[in-house]
Design a protein around this ligand. Structure first.
Ligand code: LLP
Length: 423
């Protein structure tokens, strides 16, 4: 198997898997900083790389992204607080933090007003609610271009079934509404879905071109959103980011000519920056047969990585041996976790159909590494079945840094209380 998809993995970022597992325990998320740096470097042609932190929002990862010159988006008050804690200033040009959502909850609205965070409005209601409290500020608008595409129907964020963005036909009305509230619309944004493909992403360019022509000379920045896919399986090609940039750059240049002033070109990737940097190290705790099927049961379940049960997402897996070095022959296995729920299977297709995976023969005590897990892995983890959240490690220049310790038992029920009458 190719180097990117090994069936036996001995190290991550130059550190032995065995060392990571023994020192920090399992289940464990490990991120290789070199991969994140590399992906940011590939996108540097864009004026602004705005990292969609929902993919992986550990403070150390945000700080790394900041040091590499990228900025962030935020979809909640919590994500704004994370960005501030990771050292992003609340305001600057371009805005270091942009709140990009379809609603304000009351907490996020207040925080945004207090800190002066830039807002990308995804609904008409946001415009009125913001204008009432902060007239005179600049906003950008998230436009739903009328179509969308994602790796799963659940990650498609465009079209008339999607709740996201302001419907493209309502753009003139949105601008009028903003102006009525004293807000100036200075940019447009479109994000059609997550894990899309080149052809669909390319269609956004012409939708953006039409929208900007309609919005006119007030527009100073455009954002193509995120959604860039990564190769999750052997044989999947990497998206041609240079070609993607050229398409956007062409759109930008034509619009600059039409408007007579420069336009800032933003991109907003989440997965593309972090997916391939991340590994979930688990320990095999049982090897069992059920009739004709073999199972590896590991100490992480969909409490740690929900993508397979949610979307039938495919993650490559490899084995790290505890004592042996020779790779053993491949066998077809089903990989499951510890949760008391039959859907707790990592090898499943969308719809919940269980698949088998060729993996090297392994024993209890060996490690199974779930790969390409840096995006929407830890951030979608939960405490289901009262499992603590896993620890996270960032490997930089061959050194593993613990960037989040494993959750302690007491933290599982911190905040809960037994009323006096039940004591
Ligand atoms: N911008 C906006 C407005 C978004 O809603 C998203 C993702 C992104 C950027 C980043 O998309 P990316 O470049 O990462 O594809 N949990 C799903 C993905 C949900 C994405 C939600 N929004 C998954 O595990 O595949």
């Amino acid at each position: 198997m190719s180097e990117a998809f090994p069936s036996v993995r001995t190290e991550i970022g130059g550190v032995k898997v065995a060392e990571l597992a023994e020192r920090f325990g399992t289940p464990l998320y490990v991120y290789d900083a070199a991969v994140i740096r590399q992906r940011i470097a590939e996108l540097r042609q864009f004026d602004v790389i705005r990292y969609a932190q929902k993919a992986c929002s550990n403070l150390a990862v945000l700080a790394l992204v900041r040091k590499e010159g990228a900025v962030v988006d935020a979809v909640s008050a919590g994500e704004i607080c994370r960005a501030l804690a990771a050292g992003f200033p609340p305001t600057a040009d371009p805005p270091p933090i942009v709140y990009c959502a379809d609603i304000f909850d009351r907490t996020s609205l207040q925080l945004i007003i207090d800190k002066g965070i830039h807002v990308n409005c995804g609904s008409m209601d946001m415009i009125g609610q913001y204008g009432r409290l902060a007239p005179g500020r600049e906003i950008t608008l998230r436009i739903n271009p009328g179509f969308g595409h994602g790796h799963s129907q659940k990650t498609n964020t465009g079209g008339h079934h999607s709740k996201h963005g302001i419907w493209y036909e309502d753009l003139p009305e949105a601008i009028t509404l903003a102006e009525r509230w004293g807000l100036s619309v200075t940019g447009l944004h479109m994000h059609i879905g997550s894990g899309s493909d080149f052809d669909h992403l390319a269609q956004v360019c012409s939708a953006m071109e039409q929208a900007v022509r309609q919005a006119g000379g007030r527009i100073r920045s455009i954002s193509g959103g995120g959604g860039l896919p990564v190769p999750y399986r052997p044989g999947e090609a990497r998206i041609d980011v240079h070609r993607y940039f050229q398409l956007w750059d062409g759109t930008r240049r034509r619009l600059e000519q039409a408007l007579g002033h420069p336009l800032r070109l933003e991109i907003e990737p989440g997965r593309y920056l972090v997916a391939e940097s991340g590994f979930l190290i688990t320990e095999i705790r049982a090897v069992k047969r059920q009739g004709p099927n073999s199972f590896y049961l590991v100490d992480a379940g969909f409490n740690c990585l929900a993508r397979p049960i949610l979307y039938g997402a495919y993650h490559h897996m490899s084995i790290a041996y505890r004592h042996r070095t020779e790779e053993e022959s491949l066998q077809e296995v089903i990989v499951g976790g510890p949760l008391c729920e039959s859907g707790d299977i990592f090898t499943q297709r969308e719809g919940g159909f269980v698949d088998k995976r060729p993996l090297p023969a392994a024993r209890v005590g060996d490690w199974l590494v779930i790969e390409c897990a840096g995006a929407y892995g830890f951030t979608m983890a939960s405490n289901y079945n009262s499992h603590p959240l896993p620890a996270e490690v960032l490997v930089m220049d061959g050194v593993p840094y613990l960037v989040r310790r494993r959750q302690a038992w007491e933290e599982l029920f911190a905040g809960e209380e037994i009323p006096q009458v039940l004591r």
